[in-house]
Design a protein around this ligand. Structure first.
Ligand code: BG6
Length: 510
């Protein structure tokens, strides 16, 4: 186990939802697993007027996100954890004087022996990332002369290529790139990391992992929920910015990348950047028209209950054209992947929550036996990111009896079968990595910019192009049925589950 130095975690935006829902539970798990250093302090910072005691109650002692876990432990055990949490009210603005904050950090550092090692976690609206970084710099809190100083930044990293570049340059004025940790919680998922292991620690997959054996690659990210209470944010973002630019392109880069020469952060990140840079950017309207589909969920009835359409959700413009579904077909311009189509879709209000990668292998060159339908006849490697985390290989077996009838059988592995193993939650793993200075699972500036470079023209076309439709799909179905037309030949998307609503899965909204 790597050693974690004594340190202080300063969370900006500490009265927000992410702190209570994800960050503090992740820290509590680290505490349970004995991963926190001897001297460790959390300082919550935000604009709410809270005392240390009120903050502890809110995020630990009375938090619904922790109640199950803390009920099982003694009061003294829980108190020791909650006593390591402190709170500082920043007043009305994030860009006012940080003198008081600077003093509080220094006092806590001296009192609790955190050795001048600080991590600043920005969980605020992105518009104030740069002012916060500047204020920390002005307080002398970014220099690593006397201890490490790291900055963790939550998504979104920009709204477009231009804003992402500005944000990167802005942060790099006050922190070195090596101090900046851009968090993408998908990289904290065990199954996403396992992609590297599946590919590079087995000799049976890598020789087949190329255009000679793979016909196409399909990635689905589906959520059952709609936009819930986040309509205001989501309506300005949409599926492409919210999920594709970051989480899904991270997955794509791990599928596409070449073998790194080692497992060090920079080796892996260099290969991921190369992979992202090799995605063929769709430039002209015809290509964008043929290879992209955007859609929105419309109201439907599921199990006898009416479900809101996207435009009826709170905070959403009733005439919004923001997509809750995005499906793309694209190519990767390099030696390994030439002419292999990649199909990626992400959406809300689907029949179920699932994220999976399906590697579709080519059919045997010469068919000797009669097989079933086209979607069921080839070898597939299904990497299930969530739920039922695991890997499934579909291959042909002989049906017992006369002749040679072939059926598909499954060879599978599920993480849940590893009963003894504690699988860390994404935030738990990522926080621990940052605390130990390991940036492998964090996005680098050039990685984020390469992802925006691919996404920008699509967004621009959807906003300003001619003949761009937004389709409708009933809440609870697998998106608009015309999305199957994206896929070459007679193949279709692999939908892991039935539609929930009986309504048709297609209409043109505008
Ligand atoms: C977030 C998006 O980054 O990821 C949300 O902003 C989305 O809209 C969430 O619901 C999905 O994460 P997960 O881990 O539940 O797949």
């Amino acid at each position: 186990m790597n050693k974690t130095s004594n340190q202080m975690l300063v969370i900006f935006g500490a009265s927000g939802d992410l702190t209570a829902r994800k960050l503090i539970p992740a820290l509590y798990n680290l505490y349970l697993g004995n991963h926190l250093p001897e001297n460790f302090v959390v300082l919550g910072v935000s604009r709410s007027d809270l005392t240390d005691g009120e903050f502890r109650k809110k995020v630990v002692l009375e938090s619904s996100y922790l109640s199950d876990k803390i009920d099982k432990k003694s009061e003294a055990f829980v108190k020791k954890f909650s006593d390591s949490l402190f709170y500082e009210d920043l007043g009305r603005e994030y860009d006012t004087s940080y003198d008081r904050l600077g003093k509080r950090i220094a006092d806590l550092n001296t009192k609790y022996g955190t050795d001048n090692n600080y991590i600043f976690y920005l969980s605020t609206p992105p518009g104030i990332y740069e002012p916060i970084a500047k204020n920390l710099y002005d307080q002398g809190l970014t220099s690593e002369q006397d201890g490490c100083k790291r900055l963790i930044v939550e998504k979104p990293f920009g709204y477009s290529l231009e804003t992402a570049k500005n944000l990167n340059t802005g942060l790099q004025r006050y922190f070195q790139e090596s101090q900046i940790y851009r968090i993408d919680h998908y990289l904290g998922k065990e199954t996403v990391q396992n992609l590297l292991v599946t590919r590079f620690s087995n000799s049976i997959f890598e020789p087949l992992w190329n255009r000679n054996y793979i016909r196409h690659v399909e990635i689905t990210n589906a959520e059952k929920v709609g936009v819930e209470k986040r309509g205001g944010y989501y309506d300005k973002s949409g599926a492409l910015r919210d999920m594709f630019q970051n989480h899904l392109l991270q997955i794509v880069s791990l599928v596409v990348m070449e073998p790194p020469i080692g497992d060090q952060a920079e080796e892996i990140r260099n290969e991921k950047v190369k992979a992202l840079k090799s995605l063929r950017i769709m430039k002209d309207e015809e290509t964008l028209f043929k290879n992209t589909i955007r859609a929105q969920y419309v109201s439907s009835v599921i199990d006898g209950e009416k479900v809101n359409g996207y435009r009826e959700e709170p905070g959403v413009d009733p005439e919004s054209t923001t997509e809750t579904y995005a499906a793309l077909k694209f190519y990767v311009d390099n030696w390994r992947w030439k002419d292999v189509p990649f199909y990626v879709r992400t959406a809300k209000r689907m029949p179920t929550k699932v994220t999976e990668i399906v590697i579709h292998f080519k059919s045997p060159h010469h068919q000797i036996f009669k097989e079933g339908n086209i979607n069921n006849k080839d070898n597939k490697l299904i990497i299930r990111i969530q739920p039922d985390e695991g890997i499934l290989m579909k291959f042909g077996v002989k049906v017992p009896g006369q002749g040679f009838k072939v059926e598909r059988a499954n060879l599978d592995f599920y993480y849940s079968s590893l009963v003894e193993t504690h699988v860390m939650e994404a935030y738990e793993r990522l926080l621990l990595d940052a605390m130990q200075g390991d940036a492998t699972l964090y996005a680098r500036a050039d990685e984020v910019e390469a992802a925006w470079e691919f996404v920008d023209p699509i967004l621009d076309y959807w906003e300003n192009g001619k003949d761009v439709h937004i389709y409708g799909y009933s809440a609870g179905v697998w998106g608009p049925t015309n999305a199957d037309d994206l896929i070459d030949g007679l193949y279709m998307w692999r939908n892991p589950g039935e539609n929930l609503a009986d309504d048709p899965g297609f209409c043109v909204i505008s």
